[in-house]
Design a protein around this ligand. Structure first.
Ligand code: 13P
Length: 255
């Protein structure tokens, strides 16, 4: 039995004050939701992490970074290490988001190094994989997922796989309003779980939560979360309003 996870990726939105206001509103909107129904994660920009951590003290919300640098420390102007994130109070970190891969040149190799750095610092990685529209149209979806998964998780132990969170985010569905159909998402998630089982063993693979991301909204979450291997959602645009994200999370309580 995997507890569903809902993660709000705020991307480059929200000040510390806005984060605190969102957290207060969200707590009111989800006051009837228990921690056994769902785990909730927010990923604010670096500059709002400290305020978010303070505001979530005593709440069941966990805070994640949106990226990290794989070196521990050093002359890397503008970068933030896993240890710095951990010290700021984050417990998780998003790694390999398609915007990082596409806009900032992140590679499968850097994803792997970041996963190792996160584990070393005691952060839970949220590892993102997903194909572009061109890759899907060429029939390469599963091969792309295999490549990203194998390279990104290389060196992980079974226990680390059980604890980490995987996110399937088809690039063509991100920020486009066009989500994957249940058939498309189901195929990808089942494939990812099958690979995890082959590479890391069934016991560990069956504990790993695999989230769907890409134009998730209150209107489409029910169909997606109902799929066997979909264990929650990584939400961008629809997470910026606390009430909309609360509506998405609340679906888990009605399952
Ligand atoms: P949207 O929900 O805005 O499509 O973004 C998804 C995403 O990138 C979450 O990481």
């Amino acid at each position: 039995m995997r507890i569903p996870v809902f993660a709000a990726n705020w991307k480059m939105h929200k000040t510390g004050l806005e984060a605190v206001a969102w957290i207060r509103e969200f707590a009111v909107a989800t006051k009837n939701l228990s921690a056994a129904d769902a785990e909730v994660i927010i990923a604010p920009p670096f500059t709002a992490i400290a305020a978010a951590v303070e505001a979530t003290r005593g709440a069941t919300l966990a805070v994640a970074g949106q990226n990290l640098h794989f070196e521990r420390q050093g002359a890397f102007t503008g970068e933030v290490s896993a240890a710095l994130l951990k010290a700021a109070g984050a417990d998780l970190v998003i790694i390999g988001h398609s915007e990082r891969r596409r806009i900032f040149g992140e590679t499968d190799e850097s994803v792997q190094r970041k996963v190792t750095a996160a584990h070393t610092a005691g952060l839970v990685p949220i590892v993102c994989v997903g194909e572009t529209l061109e890759e899907r149209e060429r029939g390469e979806t599963l091969a792309v997922l295999d490549r990203q998964l194998k390279a990104g998780l290389d060196g992980c132990s079974g226990d680390q796989i059980a604890a980490l969170i995987l996110a399937y985010e088809p690039v063509w569905a991100i920020g486009t309003g066009k989500n994957a159909t249940a058939t498309e998402a189901g195929e990808a998630h089942t494939h990812l779980r099958r690979r995890l089982r082959e590479w890391f063993g069934g016991t560990h693979a069956d504990r790993c939560r695999i989230l769907y991301g890409g134009s998730v909204k209150p209107e489409n979450i029910k169909e997606l979360i109902g799929l066997e291997d979909v264990d929650g959602a990584l939400v961008g645009g629809a997470s910026l309003e606390s009430s909309t994200f609360a509506a998405i999370v609340s679906v888990s309580a009605t399952l």
